[in-house]
Design a protein around this ligand. Structure first.
Ligand SMILES: [Zn+2]
Length: 90
């Protein structure tokens, strides 16, 4: 493991690291999670703001400015199972 830590490199936390931090810091509040219909809604406290994250038939969406999948969505994916239950066998 050789992670280069040059100046500025530590500033940009990657999405996964950030998502895990949201989880460990208890910043996520799940308001709705319906596995049957695949509908979910949650709040994630970010930098002084609360972002609303939703999941429906079209996929995930988030309030924040990120154009790609953001850490808020990534964090919820860690704790929500909205896929068909193929993994539950045996
Ligand atoms: Zn977001």
């Amino acid at each position: 493991m050789s992670r280069a830590r040059k100046h500025g490199a530590g500033v940009r936390e990657n999405v996964e690291t950030k998502a895990r931090r949201y989880l460990t810091e208890g910043r996520i509040r799940i308001l709705l999670c319906n596995e049957e219909s695949g509908v979910a809604n949650a709040e994630v406290r970010g930098n002084g703001a609360v972002y609303s994250v939703d999941h429906d038939a079209r996929g995930w969406s988030c309030d924040c400015a990120a154009r790609t999948e953001c850490a808020h969505i990534a964090a919820l994916k860690c704790v929500m199972v909205l896929r068909p239950r193929e993994l539950r066998r045996g």
